[in-house]
Design a protein. Structure first.
Length: 296
């Protein structure tokens, strides 16, 4: 992996702010590209096929990691064409270039747990599409799979080093510290990973190059409310201004969101012969980045 050239599309975003430094520390050569960003190495619209081809031809990377994504659920519903361009067309252009120009290049495509809903743990085949964001992300996965690529369905949190994006834990930490009144959902369940752990596992996926779609999350799930209260407990911040609610009691959600996105990650564990961390352990690890003097 050392000295391999990696192009990270959307590398200026939330996950990229942790992943890119991690990859560089591993000795990889990393080039970041985004549509418009002062922090990326290059600015380019990867949904434009000719521009994407010329760019990739000029570098001929060993790996492409696609982090680009339009994740605003309400905006995706209102602007399906833009959602398609970013969540699908970008992936199509990358996959088509690899197929025709550089079969040795391996694509790692980051997808979402938003393609799941309903009771129980969700395996990779247990897909339920409830809005256009989820539809576009699933279509992006299908575009990636025209070549032997690695698709990781995931959700993540942790301290953001991206000025324009913050994570759920960033929001919780700031709100709790500033004693703001906030509501947390007790009817929405997920099993995210920290961005630190996810970066390590993306790197491992590049080394092993497994082909297919893989759920990638913590071993156990929590409601977002339980996640929030556990976070406040671990980081020693008073949760008295935080109240539990349900999605049907708030007016700011315009479009339906899945209520149960908890993934069965056994396929990933078996493929890599590892045990994924618990969600509590992940919160403990990222809490240190927010409040270094916290005692555990």
């Amino acid at each position: 992996m050392k000295d391999n050239l990696i192009i990270v599309v959307g590398g200026d975003g939330l996950l990229g702010s942790t992943l890119v430094p991690f990859l560089k520390n591993k000795g990889s050569r990393v080039i970041t590209v985004s549509r418009t960003s002062k922090t990326s190495d290059y600015n380019l619209d990867f949904s434009d096929e000719e521009s994407a081809k010329k760019f990739l031809d000029s570098f001929d990377p060993e790996f492409i990691i696609n982090l680009a994504g339009l994740t605003d659920v309400d905006f995706c519903e209102a602007s399906p064409n833009m959602s398609y361009r970013i969540n699908v067309k970008v992936v199509e252009n990358i996959a088509n270039w690899i197929k025709t120009k550089s079969p040795k290049c391996h694509l790692v495509h980051i997808s979402t747990d938003h393609v799941y809903d309903g009771n129980g743990l969700h395996s990779e085949n247990d897909v339920t599409i409830t809005n256009y964001y989820a539809f576009s992300k699933l279509a992006g996965e299908l575009a990636a799979m025209i070549i032997p690529s690695t698709v990781l369905r995931t959700n993540f949190f942790g301290k953001s080093f991206c000025a324009k994006r913050r994570s759920i834990s960033d929001w919780l930490y700031t709100s709790l510290k500033n004693k703001e009144k906030i509501q947390v959902f007790e009817d929405v369940f997920f099993n995210p990973l920290s961005m630190d752990t996810l970066s390590e596992l993306i790197f491992l996926s590049m080394e092993k190059k497994p082909v297919g779609v893989f759920n990638l999350g913590s071993r156990d799930g929590l409601s977002k409310a339980d996640f929030a209260f556990l976070f406040s407990e671990i980081i020693h911040l008073n949760p008295s201004n935080m109240t539990r609610t349900t999605t049907d009691k708030v007016s700011f959600l315009k479009i339906y969101r899945p209520k149960n996105m908890v993934m069965d990650c056994s396929k990933f564990e078996k493929t890599f012969n590892l045990v994924l961390p618990t969600l509590k352990d992940e919160i403990i690890e990222i809490a240190r980045k927010y409040y270094e003097t916290t005692k555990f």
